[in-house]
Design a protein around this ligand. Sequence first.
Ligand code: FPP
Length: 281
Amino acid sequence: MEYNIQDMNLTLQERMQAMKLKAWKTALTLALKKTPRTSSEFDRLPGHVAIIMDGNGRWAKKHHLNVSRGHRQGTENLREIIRHTDDLGIGVLSLYAFSTENWNRSEEEVGALMQLILGFFASEIDELDAKNVRILILGDKGRLPEKQREVLKEAEKRTEKNTGLRLNIAVNYGSRAEIVKAVQEIAVKVKNGTFRAEEINEQTVSDHLYTAGQPDVDLLIRTSGEQRLSNFLLYQNAYAEFVFPETLWPDFSVHDYDLALEAYGKRERRFGGRKKAGEDV
Ligand code: FPP
């Protein structure tokens, strides 16, 4: 028998059965039609999505191409993912574009990534600004080539008053370095009497990270089947749900993204607590 979830006369068990049936139907529909979903098709969406865009190198190898082509394909991909995030009304999207460890790659690959970053902003900034997207660069811009540094600063400045999607792009970013920087800033404030050491709490630390004022990550996606954080938003990911699709980043479609968001919606988030009595059906 099929129950209507809205029917208030149903028992908890009947409602759960109806909800499970709805979830199955949605999953089946999703598997059959690959059109992008709208926000009303999700039971629950994350407020902050973080993505580790992994697998560009393997994608290039698979297609007998240079690794830089893999990164280029991955950048193409990015546009659709950002657009879809915005369309769904998700508040924050954080992307890991270049880590502090990525400097160890060949000069050619680092150069290609730096060029792609420039190209991305040149081609996307008008649309992002028009869509009210606010860009924030996570990481130390100081070590970047001057041109990249200027373009990134300009993108931040141009969009700083925008109130739509918050787009965080991590460039020359490392989470431990970010935490060390926060600790140093806090220590200076204690030294000059802005606040006392005993007053430092979790909020104080959050307020001194690049992401100050933003919500923690709800959903972390790492593509290509790898299951590591790789020094990405360690503090902000404390209670995030992790989804690790096997798809290599350049192949990661809006449909794959919808599946990851759908998986997030099914997770039971307890934040260290327990299910309430009666929920265990
Ligand atoms: C990891 O793949 C990906 C990167 C190190 C770079 C990600 C960057 C982009 C997708 C483009 C630049 C971003 C912007 C915002 C313009 P990998 O090369 O480590 O893949 P592998 O593990 O298969 O070798």
